[in-house]
Design a protein around this ligand. Structure first.
Ligand code: SAM
Length: 338
């Protein structure tokens, strides 16, 4: 009799979208925030969330099987260390990413077959210029996306600050810098650096608010524009995090050439990106890279690239790659104007 272990493992993988769904529900209902100060009874949680008590109890049981909370005593629920990452106020939080995954990415991935068969993005299939334009058809999606990116970037930023010495830079521009999370952290650590986020106008309010909150508005600001048209000059270094992976080589090269135009002769370009392994294995990290690659295929139309592919793209766009600085699951790829 062959073992049923592999087929049951397969069934688990097939059903893993249910795990995403229950984590999304926990984030949406604010379970982590409610359990932040200690265990709560089912009654208390049902009252606070406005959920049906029996249904919520069943959800909490499901959440305890994936390690988000645990039952203590008769009917009190305790937040686990894993579950604490769904608290929007936690230092390391993926609350907004869970909402992004549950409300936007799950829907988008449902149509992955049409992208695999056609090689086109969801936006191209609907005759929309790109995923950022498609996103703006539902204005709340912009806030969900920006908040999710902020979660991810906040987690990665300490690694980036450890990996790369920004000390020699006087004015750093974060092209496609979104909510200003990365530039805010760099400017906060280096009081002599001026920072600018360059992004679509829809990110202005959240970025400016972030700089106010950090108390750095006197030397960090926002410039609105389209990086396919032109990028303002004035910075001695440009950083792009999770921007080039959004686009195919042709579109990426336009952005990089515009960066080159904006930089002085001895200017520095920093890409913060995942690096696709030459032959991905079955580790969590490799799987995350490869799934991100498919996400780029369906979403904005880009791809995750190997170090060699980044070097070629940079060289063809007028840069000379100079060094590589691993930063957690990301890397800082430094280049100079050629
Ligand atoms: C994947 S997000 C990365 C955000 C940020 N760098 C981070 O890692 O948190 C891509 C960013 O590119 C911006 N973007 C998209 N199209 C753009 C365009 N044509 N011009 C300027 N920014 C654009 C988006 O608004 C978004 O903030």
């Amino acid at each position: 009799m062959p073992s049923t272990k592999p087929i049951l493992k397969l069934l688990d993988l097939i059903q893993s979208h249910r795990v995403t769904a229950v984590i999304y529900l926990a984030a949406k209902l604010g379970i982590a925030e409610l359990l932040r100060d200690g265990p709560q009874t089912l009654d208390e949680l049902a009252k606070a969330t406005g959920a049906d008590k029996d249904a919520l109890g069943r959800l909490l049981t499901a959440l305890s099987t994936v390690g988000i909370c645990s039952l203590v005593g008769e009917d009190r629920y305790l937040l686990t260390e894993l579950g604490a990452g769904l608290d929007g106020n936690a230092q390391h939080s993926f609350k907004h990413w869970a909402i992004f995954e549950g409300e936007m990415l799950c829907k988008s991935w449902n149509g992955m077959l049409e992208s695999i068969t056609s090689g086109k993005t969801a936006a191209e299939i609907q005759n929309v210029a790109n995923s950022f334009d498609l996103m703006s058809r539902v204005p709340e999606n912009i806030s969900i996306f920006n908040a999710a990116m902020t979660d991810m970037t906040r987690l990665v930023t300490p690694d980036v600050l450890r990996a790369y010495d920004f000390g020699g830079i006087s004015h750093l521009m974060d092209v496609g810098g979104g909510s200003g999370e990365l530039i805010g952290a760099v400017a906060k650590k280096h009081p002599n650096i001026r920072g600018t986020v360059f992004d679509l106008p829809r990110c202005a309010e959240v970025a400016n608010h972030h700089f106010d909150r950090l108390g750095i508005s006197d030397r960090a600001g926002f410039r609105a524009g389209d990086f396919f048209q032109s990028i303002p000059s004035g910075a001695d270094a440009i950083i792009l995090k999770s921007v080039i992976h959004d686009w195919n080589d042709e579109r990426s090269s336009i952005i990089l050439r515009n960066c080159r135009q904006a930089l002085p002769k001895d200017g520095t370009l920093l890409l913060v990106e995942r690096l696709m392994p030459a032959s991905p294995g079955v580790s969590d990290e490799d799987r995350a890279h490869v799934m991100s690659d498919l996400n780029m295929l369906r979403g904005p139309g880009g791809r995750e690239r190997t170090e060699k592919q980044y070097h070629r793209l940079l060289t063809e766009s007028g840069f000379r790659p100079t060094s590589l600085h691993p930063a957690g699951r990301f890397n800082v790829i430094e280049s100079r104007v050629r």
